[in-house]
Ligand binder design. Structure first.
Ligand code: MN
Length: 381
């Protein structure tokens, strides 16, 4: 196909090539779209006139142009379209099928999240008018080293107001996770009166201030280490925490540990992983099914590492009696599919049993990583 576009053939063959206008008419695409596809590297013209920059297309490119248009209508990300267009037909068919399976899985997860949000928002009005029912927590926490790792760098905490998990990485990662949770623990004693905090601002401010203290604590640990020495070098942790205030939770999150809520027998994930593989999934370059096997699955794009750029996610969650919350590290959700998490949570009589059962299941699944989890039931106080 380069034969039509080479500099030598330029003088004799342009007649066989179509102008962008003619190619646009033949492909039912606008010249503007064709220029965009060229700029994005999705469909290069067969020849670009070096003198005036006019694009010329070969008739054989019509099929590729139509495929690009179809894939864009499907909502496929541009990077993925580029990959599909480079494949031979049977492989391209497989790639489209894999993409659609991913869309359907994402849609199912988003449907649960949407139902959760609809519920949150419809409750807002009623709780504003009536005084919200204060809730108390029944909660349990546990960690386990798993069957492969020689040290346990996961930490978990469950108190009357505060729930937290942390997953340390690097040398000194274990102490980082413990220090991070310790920095949040003074929040247990803070009496945040929900009636004076209708938007949850005070709740989130307290959490954010505590998170900054946690980051400083991890930074101080790092300052004691010498890079290149045993126990030195890069270290930090994930941190996912819920702080109860009245009938609400403040959610603090950084890294790839997760928070879930089991509500109306559906399990909804309420955190977004700050990991490289999640970024690749978001961009459509990796399917959620491929993510667990990715060689760089442990790579975080955000963490609590003592750095100046530390920014946690913060969110308010309206809790209700009957909910069951799960905080866990990747050693749990990486070992068990979401359906197994949901079933074990739904079957357990209480938080202690749920934590025991989840850790046992992760160990049965091979326990390749440290396992840390917290399960909590809000109940009417
Ligand atoms: Mn882990």
């Amino acid at each position: 196909m380069d034969g039509t576009g080479g500099p030598g053939g330029g003088r004799t063959e342009p007649r066989e090539l179509l102008t962008i206008g003619a190619f646009a008419r033949a492909s039912r695409l606008s010249p503007k779209a064709l220029r965009l596809y060229d700029e994005l590297g999705l469909l290069r013209p067969a020849r670009v006139d070096p003198a005036n920059g006019y694009r010329r297309y070969a008739p054989a490119q019509l099929e590729a142009a139509r495929l690009v248009a179809w894939l864009r209508r499907l909502g496929m990300p541009l990077a993925r379209i580029r990959e599909v267009c480079a494949l031979p037909h049977p492989a391209a068919a497989d790639a489209v099928a894999a993409y659609w399976a991913q869309v359907e899985a994402d849609t199912a997860a988003r449907r649960d999240l949407a139902a959760f949000l609809v519920d949150q928002l419809s409750r807002k009005d009623t709780t504003m008018n009536a005084s919200p029912t204060p809730l108390s927590l029944r909660a349990a926490a546990g960690t386990d080293g798993g069957l492969v790792r020689t040290v346990n760098q996961d930490a978990a905490y469950a108190g009357p107001r505060l729930l937290a998990v942390a997953d340390g990485y690097g040398p000194g990662g274990g102490p980082a996770g413990v220090a991070a949770i310790d920095a949040l623990r003074p929040l247990e004693d803070q009496d945040l009166v929900p009636e004076q905090d209708p938007e949850g601002t005070a709740l989130l401010n307290s959490l954010e201030a505590a998170a900054q203290r946690a980051n400083l604590a991890v930074q101080r640990l790092g300052a004691d280490r010498v890079p290149g020495e045993p126990g030195g070098g890069e270290a930090g942790c994930t941190l996912t925490a819920l702080l109860r205030s009245g009938s609400r939770f403040g959610l603090l999150h950084v890294g790839d540990s997760r928070a879930y809520v089991l509500r109306d027998s559906g399990l909804v994930r309420i955190t977004h992983d700050h990991s490289l593989v999640q970024s690749l999934v978001d961009e459509g370059r990796l399917t959620p099914e491929e993510a667990p096997a990715h060689p760089q699955r442990a790579l975080l794009v955000r963490a609590l590492d003592g750095g100046a750029a530390f920014v946690p996610d913060l969110q308010v969650v309206d809790a209700r009696p009957g909910d069951r919350y799960l905080l866990c590290t990747d050693g749990l959700y990486g070992a068990l599919p979401a359906g197994a998490l949901r079933d074990a949570l739904a079957a357990a009589a209480g938080p202690e049993e749920a934590v025991r059962e989840l850790i046992a299941l992760a160990r049965e699944a091979g326990g390749p990583d440290n396992i840390g989890c917290v399960v909590a039931d809000p109940t009417a106080a």
